[in-house]
Structure formats: structure tokens, C-alpha cells
Design a protein around this ligand. Structure first.
Ligand SMILES: Cc1cc2nc3c(=O)[nH]c(=O)nc-3n(C[C@H](O)[C@H](O)[C@H](O)COP(=O)(O)OP(=O)(O)OC[C@H]3O[C@@H](n4cnc5c(N)ncnc54)[C@H](O)[C@@H]3O)c2cc1C
Length: 457
């Protein structure tokens, strides 16, 4: 590529050296390697426009990169330009109900800054060191999704650069189609440069109850009750194996387990302490374990200890073929029980199995595909797998993914996904044609994020 053409007007940096390119050829998933031809580091939003205008004229492909914490090459570029949004990380303004931020801002920085004003985003992810742009492009789920839906629903306005290099503001009232396809659009139609994120007032402290269940129906019944009654501000659950030994399967022995379920429910409070008995009244856990009191910032960063442990033990650099799927409430129980029954716990290798209730949001987003029903379950098999074990683990995960789709689920698109064109069409269903139209309209040269969603014929 003749990058000389870019020189005019582009104030940022272009890297083509082998070291930089190979450093950025993989993502958190570690399953895909794609070597870009160049890495573009913009110094301003104007640089993003200049880059995209030149790329559209020259036919260069451009993939937008946040922190690359997705897991199957969504933020990688094979032979094209990787646009690193990291440097566009300014929190521009925090108002009484919202914040304007650049797309490369990390949720950790926004949450820290907004909490100084006793404000938080209505939904924030459990891992905060991902970018606002990267989560808007996917959807964003968090512990408050059981009553507030996806994070992207709480984005009020965006500034974007389209596939032709035009800057546009969009919101429900202005350029609504562009707003609709940018949110959860995986960077296919435009690049988010700035976002106005809604903020809500929060209390300074959070109390979290750790409740243990020995059966899934009881957990699901309690989750449903808590979704209806909204006693808590945050709710998350996970499945925890108790490995029991090895059983014979055909010619081999495989590890088997009984599965238990941890429900973590949290309530914000001020000086007046929450009334524990009233909050937990009628729930069917078999044991109340640790009760954690923290400042709201401590709560928002509660998973950091786990992620530090993964880093310290080397699991952070294993492969992560995460299968996350959103299931209809009615099939979640049978699906989860079926999958866990056939999941040897040692295949999880330090990862996690999460199950988080999710409520349907209104109005629905056209590209955020969800199963039917008002209530859903976000289920995730999140293993950390040494590369040499992938041949054994991937077929099990693939089967779980396929079964979830058969049972009416929709895959969450930041994970390990290698859909062919038919599977993509099935995923988007009757919205596929609209997606293709939007692509032609906003990115007529097809330069933005080619490869992951198989749109081109
Ligand atoms: C440990 C861990 C915990 C996680 N926990 C959660 C969680 O609780 N909830 C949740 O929802 N997710 C979670 N995730 C998934 C993660 O939030 C998503 O993968 C998210 O997209 C990653 O953000 P990123 O900045 O790394 O984006 P990237 O991985 O860099 O990019 C993701 C996609 O967004 C596109 N993109 C990036 N920036 C822009 C932009 N400015 N404009 C347009 N498109 C853009 C990319 O091209 C790519 O298609 C977790 C991931 C990890 C590794």
C-alpha cells in the first residue's frame, strides 16, 4: 500500500514494522492470527476521517480496534489497515445525566470519573478495561442487565465516521438509521468516534450476598422473582463444578462433576444499612455464604482480583474460545443442565461458566439479535485453554453453540464464532436484507471490518 497518499492531512502515526504488526495480529481469543499491512494510530477524530476517505478512494480495508478483547478476529485485519482507537481516549464532559466521551475511553476510566459525581452508567461490563466504542459495537452486558438490558441501549447519541469518511451525528432523532446500525453493528457501517452515554445517580456503597444453590430450577425461580420484584440493583450467577472423579465413556475415562450455582445479588445503599432479611425473604438458596460490603467503585471493579489471578497464573495468555449465547427463558434450564452434564470440569481449566438473567429492552435494536420472550438468560462457557488442548475442547464448545441455536438462542457476537454465510443469515433472520442494504449505503466500497460477518457475495 502506498501510504504516501495518506500523508496529507493525517497527523497520526502509521506503523508498518514487523514488530508492531505481529504484536497486533491476535486478540484475547488467541484462536485467529491476522497480520495487518499497517497499523494507523490517529491523533484526532479528523485523522480518522482522513484515513477512511483515503482508504475508500484507494480501496484499502480498515478494521477498527478497541482493546481487542473479542475472541475470533473481530478486531483483527488480514492484510489491511488496523485502526487503533486507543489514543482517542478523552472524557470530554460529565454532566448531570450523561457523559460525552471519545470511543477509545475505557469503561474503567469513565466509571472512576463518573463516580466522583455519584453517577454510574446504567450498565457496565464486568471487565472494565475495554473501550466504549468496542462495547457499543457488540452490545455490552453487565450485572444490571437483568433489569436494564444491554449497555448500548443507554447510549443517547453518537458521532461516527461512515465508510466514505463522512462525519455524522446520530441519535433516535437524527440519522436514526445510522444510529440503529452502528449500535451492535460490529463496526460494519461506521466507526464510532464519540459517544454520549447516559449516567444515573448511584448510592456510595454496595452490599453483595453470595447465595449457594444445589439445583438450577430453584436458582432460576429466584432469578425470575428478583427480576419481577427488582429488590436488587445487580444480579449475576455462575455454575460451579464439584469434580467427583472419572467415569468410563466408551474406551476412555472422563472427569465428571455435580454442578452448584452461585447467585450474587447486590444492593446499593447510603448510610442506612439494607434490611438483609427482607431482601432475602423467600429465596430458596441452601446456604448464604460471604456478605461483601464495598464502595461502589470497589463493586464495579470486583472482578479485577479474578482477572489478576488469571494474569499471574498465565491463564490470561491461554486461548479463550468463549461461547456466549442468549437463551429464551423457557429453554435455558434444559439447555444449561444438558450442557453441564456433558462438560468435563477439567476442560474449563480455570475459566468460568456464567449465567445471567437478561430483560428485553424497548425499543429493540435491529442488529442486536435476541431470542423470544421478555426474560432471557445470558449463558457463557468461558474457558482458558492451553493451545495443545484445543482439538479436544473445541468440538465440545461447538456442540454447545449449535445446541443453543437449535434451542432458540442467539450467540453474543464478541465470542468464539466462525459462522459461514448461511449461519450469519440465520443469525440475523429477516433483518439480513436490511443489514446488507445498510452496508451498501454506509460503506459502499465494503472497506470497513471485512471478513468476520460474511456479507460480501
Ligand atoms: C475478561 C473479559 C471479560 C469480559 N466481560 C464482559 C462483560 O461483562 N460484558 C460484555 O458485554 N462483554 C464482556 N467481555 C467482552 C468484551 O467486552 C467485548 O469483546 C468488547 O467488544 C471488547 O471491547 P474492546 O474494546 O476490546 O473491543 P475490540 O475487541 O477491539 O472490538 C470489538 C468489535 O468492535 C469493533 N470496534 C471497536 N471499536 C470500535 C469503534 N470505535 N467503532 C466501531 N466499531 C468498533 C471492532 O472492530 C470489533 O468488531 C469481556 C471480555 C473479557 C476478555
Amino acid at each position: 500500500m502506498a501510504f504516501e497518499k495518506l500523508k496529507e492531512g493525517f497527523q497520526g502515526q502509521i506503523f508498518t514494522d514487523e514488530e508492531t504488526l505481529s504484536e497486533l495480529q491476535t486478540d484475547f481469543g488467541g484462536l485467529v492470527a491476522s497480520l495487518p499491512a499497517a497499523v494507523a494510530v490517529p491523533s484526532s477524530i479528523k485523522d480518522v476521517c482522513t484515513l477512511i476517505k483515503t482508504a475508500a478512494a484507494e480501496g484499502w480495508r480498515v478494521t477498527t480496534r478497541g482493546m481487542s478483547h473479542s475472541q475470533s478476529g473481530q478486531s483483527l485485519s488480514q492484510g489491511g489497515i488496523l485502526l487503533d482507537m486507543g489514543p482517542l481516549n478523552r472524557i470530554e464532559r460529565i454532566g448531570r445525566h450523561s457523559a460525552w466521551v471519545q470511543a477509545g475511553v475505557l469503561w474503567s476510566d469513565l466509571v472512576r470519573a463518573s463516580l466522583e459525581e455519584n453517577l454510574v452508567p446504567p450498565v457496565f461490563p464486568s471487565y472494565l478495561d475495554v473501550t466504549v466504542g468496542g462495547t457499543i459495537a457488540v452490545g455490552g452486558l453487565g450485572a444490571s442487565s437483568f433489569k436494564r438490558g444491554h449497555l448500548v441501549q443507554h447510549v443517547e447519541e453518537l458521532e461516527v465516521v461512515t465508510g466514505e469518511g463522512h462525519t455524522a451525528r446520530c441519535s433516535p432523532d437524527e440519522n436514526a438509521a445510522l444510529f440503529n446500525c452502528t449500535r451492535a453493528g460490529l463496526g460494519q457501517f461506521s466507526i464510532v468516534t464519540r459517544a454520549k452515554v447516559h449516567l444515573r445517580t448511584c448510592a456510595p456503597q454496595v452490599r453483595t450476598f453470595n447465595l449457594l444453590y444445589d439445583n438450577l430450577p430453584a436458582l432460576m425461580r429466584d432469578c425470575e422473582l428478583l427480576m419481577i420484584e427488582e429488590r436488587f440493583d445487580y444480579l449475576e450467577a455462575s455454575a460451579v463444578p464439584c469434580p467427583l472423579g472419572f467415569k468410563t465413556m466408551g474406551e476412555t475415562k472422563v472427569q465428571f462433576a455435580e454442578w452448584f450455582y452461585l447467585l450474587q445479588v447486590s444492593v446499593e445503599h447510603g448510610h442506612t444499612l439494607p434490611h438483609d432479611d427482607r431482601l432475602l425473604d423467600g429465596l430458596r438458596y441452601f446456604r448464604k455464604s460471604h456478605v461483601e460490603d464495598s464502595r461502589t467503585l470497589g463493586f464495579a471493579t470486583r472482578h479485577e482480583a479474578l482477572y489478576s489471578f488469571w494474569r499471574e497464573t498465565g491463564m490470561w495468555s491461554f486461548t479463550h474460545p468463549w461461547v456466549e449465547t442468549v437463551l429464551p427463558w423457557r429453554s435455558a434450564g434444559p439447555f444449561i443442565q444438558g450442557v453441564l452434564r456433558s462438560l468435563p470440569p477439567n476442560l474449563l481449566l480455570g475459566g468460568q461458566v456464567i449465567l445471567a438473567p437478561l430483560s428485553r429492552e424497548n425499543p429493540p435494536l435491529p442488529l442486536l439479535m435476541l431470542p423470544e420472550g421478555e426474560r432471557m438468560v445470558h449463558f457463557g462457557l468461558l474457558p482458558a485453554v492451553p493451545r495443545q488442548l484445543l482439538p479436544m475442547v473445541l468440538p465440545i464448545l461447538m456442540k454447545a453453540s449449535e445446541l443453543s441455536i437449535e434451542m432458540g438462542g442467539k450467540r453474543y457476537l464478541s465470542g468464539w464464532i466462525n459462522f459461514d454465510k448461511k449461519q450469519w443469515k440465520d443469525h440475523f433472520g429477516e433483518r439480513w436484507d436490511r443489514l446488507v442494504e445498510w452496508k451498501r449505503f454506509y460503506d459502499p466500497k465494503g472497506i470497513l471490518n471485512p471478513g468476520f460477518i460474511k456479507i460480501a457475495d
